[in-house]
Design a protein around this ligand. Structure first.
Ligand code: EPZ
Length: 503
């Protein structure tokens, strides 16, 4: 297994780009089950969770390939399979959002009940409530949910004791877009990733209104066509990189993230005394597809040669993107220009004044070295509140702030597995139920740590950046599930970080 070795003490500085959003990519990939024809997705990050979803889709008859310009080309080639098996679903709970699209498009779905989670109980009752409200007949058996029946539309309230449900909203929206009914979802999740899914589906011909609000109205349509779509930037990765700048008292510029997706997080950084600079920079487009197709022109789009008859499940090897001209050049991770503020698709690259090189206005958020870092209180909430996925990262940052921080988890009350590992570096954290009391100004000393969950792992890496001496974060595959080359990005900012094999 791999681990990350860190020598603490470096002050980070420089620019780094965020990758496309994991939590927007996963439901959008699942939504490809609904689409007749090829889909091209730009900005899908190279992550273990994306690989897991692609493997599930391949088992469900979706042919896909990473193209020369790093976009993903996908098309349903065989729609007979309706089962998402346990051995794949257990590797990633987000697979449960295959249930809605699979049922709506193929009339039947058998999806494994998701397993446990390291940060507490994560039921799916709201998913089932929502799908049942629009026509699904649901039976639970042999550890799987069996869905049959027809999409009829309906009204459903998706609020639970901890707010709305992100993937539950995604599941119901993806089921409701086809057919003849109208579906009203009250207490819909308002996360940018849910909005991105809705924008993608509308780009494919769906009729979803109220995007970004707590009330979505979905009118079913007969069919959805393919399109080309760019995934929004990953706001959680952006927040993690900004924490790396803050915890090392550095000047770190994060390119591509949309500040409006991070307003609650940025508010807490400012309250802690961190000065931030926001703006846009004109950067050359490093995408090879500088035409940036939005609507896929089927004639111009690469054709996918169907798998040879009887060749079993579609394999990526059967995919030949017919007339894709090989564009050279690499998508350089530290310079890629991600879309500007528009959520639905990136801005057209205008020929800048740089001698005809196409450029794009890319937003940036920059941390500046602070004089004093104050402890702040944080409570996680559904969007637009403080994101639970940045709780571990800001808690690690508060370990060196002046004063005592009270950090309360109102989404996942048990999500504090990182506290025990941070204590091994010398952090002083006291747990009281859904609250962690963090005593700041701690001198952290490097130690070996064990990663356990995606965001907790990132918090351990952040602490290692500022701990004296060497730290090791083992089982780094947890990190690779949701961060694209985080160690390389931190190293580019000057961190003494290397990936090694656990002895
Ligand atoms: C999504 O998970 C994200 N995952 C999570 O990010 C994120 O932490 C979470 O939303 C909250 O923002 C993806 O998008 C792939 P929920 P999801 O349903 O949809 C309760 C990461 O690190 N609930 O919004 O599964 C639930 O227990 C991951 O990238 C029910 O009670 O989360 C929780 O307390 C981790 N019944 C709250 O709602 C349900 O049927 C929010 O959960 C569903 C959820």
């Amino acid at each position: 297994m791999e681990m990350i070795r860190i020598r603490g003490g470096a002050t980070l500085s420089g620019s780094v780009s965020v990758s496309g959003s994991k939590n927007a990519s996963l439901p959008i990939l699942a939504a490809c089950l609904l689409i007749d024809g090829p889909v091209i997705l730009d900005g899908v990050p190279h992550l273990r969770d994306v690989d897991s979803m692609l493997q599930l889709l391949e088992n469900l008859g979706v042919a896909w390939t990473r193209q020369a310009d790093d976009s993903l080309l996908l098309e349903v080639q065989d729609d007979h399979e309706v089962r998402a098996p346990y051995h794949l679903v257990r590797t990633m709970r987000a697979s449960f959002c295959l249930l809605g699209p699979l049922w709506a498009k193929r009339g039947r779905a058998i999806v494994s009940y998701p397993g446990g989670c390291v940060f507490g109980h994560r039921p799916v009752d709201l998913h089932l409530k929502g799908l049942g409200a629009i026509g699904a007949q649901l039976e639970l058996g042999d550890g799987h949910v069996h869905a049959t029946g027809r999409v009829q539309g309906g009204n459903v309230f998706l609020g639970g004791n901890f707010g709305s449900t992100v993937l539950g909203t995604a599941n119901v929206v993806m089921a409701a877009v086809l057919g003849s009914g109208e579906t009203i979802i009250d207490a819909a999740a308002q996360e940018p990733e849910v909005a991105d899914l809705c924008h993608f589906l509308n780009a494919c011909g769906a009729d979803i209104r109220g995007i970004g609000s707590h009330r979505l109205v979905v009118r079913g349509v007969d069919a959805l066509h393919g399109c080309r779509y760019r995934i929004i930037p990953d706001r959680i990765e952006a927040g993690t990189l900004l924490c790396a700048g803050v915890i090392t008292r550095g000047e770190v510029e994060v390119l591509g993230a949309r500040p409006e997706d991070l307003s609650a997080f940025l508010d807490r950084l400012r309250a802690a005394g961190v000065s931030l600079e926001l703006g846009t920079r004109e950067l050359p487009i490093n995408r090879r597809t500088d035409d940036g197709l939005r609507e896929l022109d089927v004639n111009a789009a690469p054709r996918i040669r169907p798998a040879a008859k009887g060749a079993g499940k579609a394999r990526t090897g059967d995919l030949v993107a017919g007339d894709l001209d090989e564009r050279q050049g690499s998508l350089m991770a530290d310079r890629v220009a991600l879309p500007g503020s528009s959520g639905a698709a990136d801005s057209e690259g205008e020929a800048g004044d740089g001698g005809g090189v196409a450029t794009e206005h890319v937003p940036f958020i920059r941390t500046l070295p602070w004089d004093r870092l104050d402890a702040v209180d944080v409570a996680t909430l559904p969007y637009p509140g403080f994101p639970t996925d940045l709780q571990a990262q800001i808690l690690a940052t508060m370990c060196i702030a002046e004063g005592v921080s009270v950090i309360t988890e109102k989404v996942y009350p048990e999500r504090f597995i990182h506290c025990a590992e941070l204590a091994r570096l010398g952090a002083k954290i006291h747990r009281e139920g859904p609250t962690a009391i963090v005593h700041g100004q701690r001198r952290l000393r490097g130690a070996a740590m064990m990663a356990s969950d995606l965001r907790a792992s990132a918090a351990l890496v952040l602490a290692g950046l500022v701990a004296e001496g060497r730290s090791e974060v083992r089982r780094v595959y947890h990190l690779d599930r949701g961060y694209e080359a985080l160690d390389r990005k931190l190293a580019r900012l000057g961190a003494d970080v290397e990936r090694a094999t656990e002895s």
